[in-house]
Ligand binder design. Structure first.
Ligand SMILES: Cc1cc2nc3c(=O)[nH]c(=O)nc-3n(C[C@H](O)[C@H](O)[C@H](O)COP(=O)(O)OP(=O)(O)OC[C@H]3O[C@@H](n4cnc5c(N)ncnc54)[C@H](O)[C@@H]3O)c2cc1C
Length: 494
């Protein structure tokens, strides 16, 4: 077995590891970082452009980020947090573009106005209240609302084509919403890291095991999938950014912080249209309301996608059920993840979510016609022959212990870090890559607390993310200046 040493090992070459690698290399260029990826290229799983929806989640259009409270008012907590976290991503990407580490922004981010659209009295009343509540805050001050059909026809012509005139409809719009090619972004980040000394990308290297040594460092075992050679890497810090593969590796690490966690895989599918005459009539991400009983990530949306400069339309997602944790994973993933310490939470969460399983199975069984029927609720004139099915990435939703119910299923993202800060793992998938920068900053703060407190790292953080250490939710002037810069640098201004 060959052995090597690194300061940091990043497992997986998706958006999360790439972001953490770039942050750490900016903070300390002398760090020796090894990135291990089992595929033969970067960003092949959830991060690849067509494996996710590419929405720069900012809560402008995603109605599930603003639930209704018991008293009937709108809960804005999640919307404010996600919006301000996305502003952190925009600042970091702007910094990288300005300093020449990233190419022209349109290679990974493009303006696609974010719009919500609803029909029916109850939904219209909800959207109006949501708009009034959000608009009152500086983060959402540019949001517009209309029930006027002519205005809606301008905002979303395909959605309004041949729509029942008796139906009550409403929409909101934020002009500087984004479509992000997270695959492109990640490939540029890793490409830049590869040009730096002390960064080593090892493709076709699958991490098989990891072991916490008595001296506090980690021994990581990876198999070279070309030669079969097994290699050992001695590292001071490990990040399990392996997407759906993070949970099994967290379990192998044996750290007590990982006890009780399980995963529930949910796959996704899209309808995709590449016909220029249809594609050119829609330039937006239009989000609706999830059907009753559907999980939060299945909110339907009709989206402009721009990947490698090519425009297409995407509608979905249609959920699906599989036992794989990665798109290119194994059907045994779910079964192999069951351990004595997570059996109870998994059984309890499973029993409490039988409706979800039934929903997912019914989604898988849908025909092309029934999927296009769902699309027609959004785009009444959609033609079956213009759309084809594409398979999206895998999400592994988190199952964890719950003192009352024994176990619960969650739809968010959770970072698990060991007490000594030598290992961090990212579980879950939402709001996903959009908030990667804030999530990775939190990891640096948790796992490198002393170095993060030094004047050098503080200064560098401020250079990369000018709002660092301040609240964009509370400081309207700060938000104004930060947003003016990012919209201009990333060419997102209308
Ligand atoms: C259907 C769908 C829609 C989504 N829509 C959006 C959206 O609109 N906006 C948004 O912000 N986010 C969205 N997301 C979420 C977003 O795609 C993810 O949060 C993000 O891509 C996760 O990045 P990652 O680096 O953690 O994981 P991944 O991109 O999955 O990368 C993990 C990598 O680890 C590798 N790996 C796994 N196990 C091992 C191992 N043992 N050894 C070596 N390598 C390993 C994998 O091969 C993979 O390359 C969506 C996700 C899905 C599935």
């Amino acid at each position: 077995m060959t052995a090597t040493t690194a300061d940091v090992v990043l497992v997986g070459a998706g958006a999360m590891s790439a972001t953490l690698g770039m942050l750490l290399k900016q903070l300390d260029p002398s760090l020796k970082i090894i990135m291990l990826e089992k595929q033969d290229s970067v960003a092949q799983e959830s991060t690849d452009g067509w494996n996710n929806a590419g929405t720069g989640h900012a809560a402008y259009c995603e109605l599930n980020y603003t639930p209704v409270k018991a008293d009937g008012s709108i809960d804005t907590t999640k919307a404010f947090n996600i919006n301000s976290a996305f502003e952190v991503s925009l600042q970091f990407w702007s910094y990288l573009v300005e300093e020449g580490s990233m190419p022209e922004p349109d290679r990974f981010i493009n303006r696609a106005p974010h719009k919500s659209f609803v029909w029916g009295d109850k939904n219209v009343a909800f959207l109006k209240k949501r708009y009034e509540t959000l608009k009152a805050h500086h983060l959402f001050a540019d949001m517009e609302y209309t029930e006027d059909r002519d205005t809606l026809r301008q905002w979303m012509p395909l959605v309004m084509q041949n729509r029942d005139p008796s139906e009550k409809v409403a929409g909101t719009r934020v002009p500087y919403g984004t479509d992000v090619d997270f695959g492109g972004l990640t490939r540029h980040l890793v490409g830049n890291l590869q040009k730096q000394d002390g960064f080593d990308l090892k493709l076709k290297h699958e991490v098989k095991d990891l072991y916490h040594k008595a001296n506090g460092r980690w021994a990581i075992t990876a198999k070279d999938l070309d030669t079969g050679e097994v290699k050992s890497i001695d590292a001071g810090f490990v990040f399990l950014g392996a997407g759906g593969g993070a949970l099994p590796l967290l379990q192998k690490s044996g750290v007590p912080e990982g006890y009780g966690y399980g995963g529930f895989p949910v796959s996704g599918q899209w309808l995709v249209c590449r016909k220029p005459e249809v594609v050119e009539q829609h330039h937006a991400k239009v989000y609706g309301k999830a059907p009753l009983g559907a999980p939060p990530m299945s909110v339907p949306h009709l989206d402009t996608r721009i990947i490698n400069g090519k425009k297409a339309l995407l509608f979905g997602p249609f959920a699906g059920f599989t036992t794989k944790f990665l798109k290119q994973g194994s059907f045994l993933d779910l079964v192999k993840s069951v351990r004595p310490n997570n059996l109870k939470p998994m059984l309890c969460a499973g029993m409490a979510n039988m409706d979800l399983t039934r929903y997912l199975i019914s989604e898988v069984m849908q025909s092309h016609k029934s999927r296009v029927d769902a699309l027609r609720k959004f785009y009444p004139d959609a033609r079956e022959e213009d759309w084809e099915l594409a398979i999206a990435g895998q999400r592994v939703q988190i199952i964890k212990k719950d003192p009352k119910k024994g176990g619960k299923l969650e739809f968010g993202t959770e970072v698990i870090a060991t007490e000594d800060g030598s290992l961090a793992a990212l579980l879950g998938a939402s709001p996903g890559a959009s908030t990667a920068v804030q999530t990775m900053i939190n990891i640096v703060e948790d796992c490198f607390p002393e170095r993060m407190a030094t004047p050098e790292w503080q200064e560098k953080m401020k250079a990369m993310v000018p709002s660092y250490g301040q609240s964009l939710i509370e400081d309207a002037d700060l938000l104004k200046s930060v947003r003016a810069r990012t919209l201009s640098t990333l060419k997102l201004n209308p």
